[in-house]
Design a binder for this molecule. Structure first.
Ligand code: ZN
Length: 257
């Protein structure tokens, strides 16, 4: 599923909170009750307010709150801390915009398919936690996840002399020996990951690119949706009817006594 990038914008006003899915149950929506929101003036803002001339947009304060899952079976709490800044809105004058820095537990920017190995899920969750505060570190975790993915696909980490094999070479091997098209997707993730390690200036849009391709690669590798649907459609085509209209050859025929 395509990522709704706008939902993961860097800030929001209280009247337009993004639709965050609960990271505990993966079902409920997180709700914020403004009664539970606490804002604090930063030292920086106090200094600015002493100046003869200043703009409201220069203020940068702190906030702390919690969100609660609206799924009756879950109702978990997620703590949120960040910065808050007044921004000019032509209709409402100045409106407070909240910039999240930390969600605990971390929100899942996408939910990897069920059969994704635990080690890969863990690295993704670490990347999601860092998304808000350090984008280069978040993309670095995606690069490490790719190394785990190569391990899981049986591509050796070290050569015959015990020397580490570069990720690019491991992906080339995957392309040659497994699936070239899927390898190209992994290569694109690796390029974004390289910029996180070397250039150090990663934008949210770069991370979204890496997340979106990663989600698709995991689905191809572990969900095998294409294979399942090809198999299903070939069964329907062979039967030339809906499957419920024919006895299932894998199940013994039930006789009514
Ligand atoms: Zn929940």
């Amino acid at each position: 599923m395509a990522l709704d990038r706008n939902n993961w914008r860097s800030s929001f006003p209280l009247h337009d909170i993004p639709h965050y899915i609960c990271p505990t149950c993966n079902k409920g929506l997180l709700e914020l009750d403004s009664k539970n929101l606490k804002e604090f003036n930063s030292r920086y803002s106090k200094e600015i307010s002493k100046m003869k001339e200043y703009e409201f947009e220069w203020f940068q304060d702190r906030f702390i709150t919690f969100l609660q899952c609206n799924n009756k079976k879950c109702q978990d709490y997620i703590t949120l801390i960040g910065n808050v800044t007044p921004e000019h809105d032509y209709e409402d004058g100045y409106v407070s915009y909240f910039y999240p820095l930390l969600f605990n537990p971390a929100l899942k920017i996408f939910i990897p398919c069920l059969k994704t190995p635990e080690k890969i899920v863990k690295m993704l969750n670490e990347s999601f936690a860092l998304f808000w505060i350090d984008k280069s570190a978040a993309v670095n975790k995606i690069r490490i996840m790719l190394e785990f993915l190569m391990d899981d696909q049986g591509i050796e980490r070290t050569d015959t002399r015990g020397k580490m094999i570069a990720l690019a070479r491991r992906i080339d091997k995957f392309k040659r020996e497994h699936n070239e098209d899927m390898g190209k997707l992994m290569e694109a993730i690796k390029w974004v990951g390289n910029d996180g390690s070397h250039a150090g200036d990663i934008k949210a849009s770069d991370l979204f690119d890496a997340y979106e391709i990663t989600e698709y690669v995991l689905e191809l590798l572990y969900e095998k949706r294409k294979e399942k649907l090809t198999d299903l459609s070939s069964k329907i085509n062979t039967a030339k009817s809906s499957l419920s209209k024919i006895p299932n050859p894998r199940e013994p025929i039930k006789y009514f006594v």
